[in-house]
Design a protein around this ligand. Sequence first.
Ligand SMILES: C[S@@+](CC[C@H](N)C(=O)[O-])C[C@H]1O[C@@H](n2cnc3c(N)ncnc32)[C@H](O)[C@@H]1O
Length: 324
Amino acid sequence: MDVGQGLVHVFIQAPDPDRVGSYFAEKGFSTGTAIGSGMLMMELDERSGAVDSIMSLLNSDMFLQRRVNRVYLCDSSEDDIDAAIRKIEDRAAAGARFRVVAYPKKIEDGIVEKLDSHGEVLEPRGFAEVAYVVSIMGKYFFGLSGRGRYFARSGIMEARLSRAYYKIAEAFERFGIHIDNKSRVLDIGSAPGGWSQYISDRAGLCVAVDPAKMEIERANIEHIEKTFQDGTEEIESRAPYDLAVCDANIDPRQVAEFVAGTPGLISNRGAALITLKLKYKSGKSVQRVIDETCRIMSKGFNSITVKRLLSNTLMEATLYARKA
Ligand SMILES: C[S@@+](CC[C@H](N)C(=O)[O-])C[C@H]1O[C@@H](n2cnc3c(N)ncnc32)[C@H](O)[C@@H]1O
């Protein structure tokens, strides 16, 4: 059975497909459909150029690169695997070198064996084409694509500082946050210093508050070596801040009380960016903490948005609040 003329099923394997779907929607694609807990499926029209656009986004976007595991491009489906393999053989050019990419991965070896016994040239490295097979929803979806469309993850640094860096970089991009060399920024829970590093590259002053040691020292970073509760006097003496950020592993409602409830802390056109740590047992408690944090923030801020960033852990979300 053919899936449809010019219609391509793009299967995107990622631990949290809903978050990946929202990210695509922000970039102008459809959100797709989450199938189970680890796959996002999009139906794209080949003729519109959307498949090429999505593949070039996947291969260039640093946040997707970290969050997406594999991508499969399928334009047809069959009810049994042997029929799918026969179709792949029919379509493959004589002597084409290709690589098999299948889901679930455990069916890959069986497919490689079957294709191999028919004299196909399988080259996991020097391949020119990719044969995709996806076993899902009781069907075998398949397709052949040129190497140019293959999703490849580039080497990703996962040092502590860089993990934090991705989170703040994605938050700045997705909430449209701008700071410049006149901005004063308060960083609560700043150690070891990934966020402070990102901020001090852009802002005039970064006041970093954390009882733990910072791994970074810069002229425009002032470290207050205390909890924010113990360091209020020092923090307030440097106010007002254009932006307060917080990535501390504490109840976000406490941070919200401080940021929204301290008069003069944030300037009139200022904003706050807070990682919501959501280690609660039920989905209901998670939603309650998010709602309560928003309610507290609304006492000092006019516009409040919560997003699950690709760079958040599964137990986190990110809140952004603006006064103006
Ligand atoms: C996940 S780390 C922050 C990472 C940091 N954003 C970075 O980019 O390197 C959380 C930090 O919150 C700090 N923290 C926890 N409770 C705090 C509080 N009440 N006041 C200030 N910092 C706190 C911890 O000491 C820890 O260093």
